[in-house]
Design a protein around this ligand. Structure first.
Ligand code: NAD
Ligand code: MG
Length: 380
């Protein structure tokens, strides 16, 4: 039996991870953690029988404890609870499907405890990749990508020498506003931005996909996962989301991974790597597909992507500013407190005002996050 724990089990990646577990009989779920959806957590707990469950607030933990009183499951809360789930003895793989920088501490502690990481939580790597990747090497643990593009790159790298890589071609759907100009985006409503053409995902990443900030985060994520410079990562718009990403080698060969858009493939691949397993679902039908299209990303309209390259190139605390400003701005947009285009204006403003710190410690990363939030709050 493969033993796993999941941070963010009630979300889009979390529930799809549990679908993969359901379809395979040899994975045991020892721990679950989620924010506040105790109803779904109870359902998951009764189906998968974890030993430990974490919810964010103590109030919700009390509610869940009452719900699972008839079992011997332990319910914990807060950051301590998240870390307890991340470091459970016997767990081999921690699936980080939590959203945002809140995943940093639990991921670091899991790596220290020798757990392999199936990483969906890209914000953690964007902000603390310089700490997590060397720590993973030191502790002989693998950081396996769950993000579909990075899984595609990871698959396209197999069997080839890392030093023969010339460029990474990171594909992007272009999101719901592909082809639009800035003047078309002035009055974008939350509902419009939440309408992704190809993928059904959590709200935050769906907004990020519409602004191309998600692709920017993925450029920096690729830098850490694959040890390349951000300028070796070229974004290629592939509107059908069939090519999940590609690697170009020094001899000009390009390796790619294609498939129908289904996150269960990268999730399952990370859980069973290096093995491949049967996965039910639609297969690619090239006859009905007919064609694949490619475009250059529009970095003038979607200049959040350009800001991500700036942040990734500079390193230090600048990617934290980029990410933290985006996290809060997206929250404010979802709460209808700011306009759509303000998301990127806020990120740019915070980056301009920031004095970069090279090789920041975790404390300096959290201080930067706090300072970024304070700057944004003071705009109101
Ligand atoms: P989601 O919003 O659907 O789910 C987030 C999960 O995190 C939920 O279970 C929520 O309860 C949990 N969570 C949030 N705050 C928490 C807290 N304080 N304590 C404990 N749990 C908390 O998000 P998602 O779409 O599943 O995305 C998760 C991560 O995976 C993100 O980093 C995202 O960028 C990445 N990702 C998602 C997809 C996708 O298809 N959804 C694809 C690639 C990468
Ligand atoms: Mg992705």
């Amino acid at each position: 039996m493969k033993k796993i724990a999941i941070l963010g089990s009630t979300g889009s990646i979390g529930t799809q991870t549990l679908e993969v577990v359901r379809e395979n009989k040899d994975i045991e779920v020892l721990g679950l953690a989620a924010g506040s959806n105790v109803e779904l957590l109870e359902k998951q707990a009764r189906e998968f029988h974890p030993r430990l469950i974490a919810v964010w607030t103590e109030e919700k933990a009390k509610e869940l404890r009452a719900r699972v009183r008839d079992t011997d499951m332990k319910v914990v809360s807060g950051m301590e609870g998240l870390i307890e789930v991340s470091t459970m003895s016997d767990v081999e793989i921690l699936v980080t499907a939590i959203v945002g920088m809140i995943g940093i501490r639990p991921t670091v502690e899991a790596v220290r405890a020798g757990k392999n990481i199936a990483l969906a939580n890209k914000e953690t790597l964007v902000t603390a990749g310089h700490i997590i990747m060397p720590l993973a090497e030191e502790n002989h643990v693998s950081v396996l990508p769950v993000d579909s593009e990075h899984s595609a790159i990871f698959q396209s790298l197999r069997g080839n020498e890392a030093k023969a890589v010339n460029r990474i071609l990171l594909t992007a759907s272009g999101g719901p506003f592909r082809g639009k100009r800035e003047e078309d985006l002035l009055n974008v409503r939350v509902e419009d931005a939440l309408r992704h053409p190809n993928w059904s995902m959590g709200q935050k990443i769906t907004i990020d996909s519409s602004t191309m900030v998600n692709k920017g985060l993925e450029v920096i994520e690729a830098k850490w996962l694959f040890g390349v410079d951000v300028d070796q990562v070229q974004v290629v718009v592939q509107p059908q989301s069939i090519i999940h990403s590609m690697v170009e080698y020094v001899d000009g060969a390009v390796m790619a991974q294609l498939g129908t858009p289904d996150m269960k493939l990268p999730i399952q691949y990370a859980l069973y790597y290096p093995k491949r397993r049967y996965l039910p679902g639609e297969r690619l039908d090239f006859w009905s597909l007919g064609r694949l299209d490619f475009e250059k990303p529009d970095m003038d309209t979607f200049y959040g992507l350009k800001l991500a390259y700036d942040a990734g190139r500079a390193g230090g605390t600048l990617p934290t500013v980029f990410n933290a400003a985006n996290e809060l701005a997206v929250k404010q947009f979802l709460n209808r407190e700011i306009k759509y285009l303000e998301i990127i204006e806020i990120i740019e403003d915070c980056m301009k005002a920031h004095k970069n710190i090279k090789e920041p410690t975790l404390e300096q990363i959290f201080d930067t996050e706090r300072a970024t939030y304070e700057r944004i709050e003071s705009r109101r």
